[in-house]
Write a protein that binds this ligand. Structure first.
Ligand code: JF5
Length: 230
């Protein structure tokens, strides 16, 4: 699996890509990340990549020329732009991108990106959620990590991928480990009972309750039938 990342901060990615599951996947050659420094394609002696918005207003807009120059050699890849106005990221997208072999991640910065980039040079505009970041770099890292763990051989036990709660449209039940009591806070008795049928029923009930309480948008009895998660 190959990721090309277009960013004005390639150094931002160094530590996150060197540790944990992703770091090991890169070391083993299962995942490759090519960092493309957008400034390389910047305009003039200052390598300018942003300019004032037409029509006025605050902030700066990322210019189309540097982005086009960086994206043209990647025209045969699936190109994703991160921005708050994109479609919300979901597990189904990560599943789909994991099957693509090579995706390009474009990290927006400043107030926005010239709309002609999204319109002509990008396949999908994606958001991490309803909040604003300083740039798309965190979103790119989230996608690299979420996709990398789906690449065959990256995660030790691939069985665990199938049992993920998001694939069932629910959130997870609570987990506990030793000690059975800490500061008087007890682990639910049922988990110590050894009765596997009762444990499974309790966990299923916990998932239903927590989903209803915390994520009513996932529950399949609303107006819109719930948000599919995979
Ligand atoms: C960004 C223009 C990109 O704020 C974000 C973001 C939020 N969710 N997903 C991405 O990206 C930074 C800001 C303005 C383009």
């Amino acid at each position: 699996m190959r990721f090309s990342v277009i960013t004005i901060f390639p150094e931002y990615f160094e530590s996150p890509l060197s540790v944990g599951i992703v770091g090991r996947a890169i070391d083993r050659g299962l995942v490759e990340v090519d960092l493309v420094d957008l400034r390389r394609y910047g305009k003039g002696p200052h390598r300018q990549v942003d300019d004032a918005p037409f029509g006025g207003g605050p902030g700066m807009v990322m210019m189309i020329e540097p982005l086009a120059a960086a994206l043209d050699p990647l025209a045969d890849t699936h190109r994703i732009l991160f921005a708050p106005a994109g479609r919300p990221l979901r597990q189904e997208m990560l599943d789909r991108w994991a099957g693509m072999g090579h995706v390009t991640l474009v990290c927006g910065r400043y107030e926005g990106v010239d709309e002609r980039v999204a319109e002509h040079l990008i396949d999908e505009e994606v958001s991490l959620g309803d909040f604003v970041l300083a740039g798309g770099e965190v979103a790119a890292l989230a996608v690299i990590e979420g996709v990398a763990r789906l690449v065959p051989g990256v995660v030790g036990n691939p069985e665990s991928l199938l049992h993920e709660s998001f694939r069932r449209g629910e959130i997870e039940e609570p987990h506990y480990t030793r000690p059975a009591e800490f500061r008087g806070w007890k682990v639910p008795d049922v988990l110590l009972s050894g009765d596997h049928a009762r444990i499974a029923a309790w966990r299923a009930e916990q998932r239903r309750r927590r989903t209803r309480e915390r994520r009513p948008d996932l529950v399949d009895d609303g107006e819109d039938g719930g948000t599919p998660t995979s």
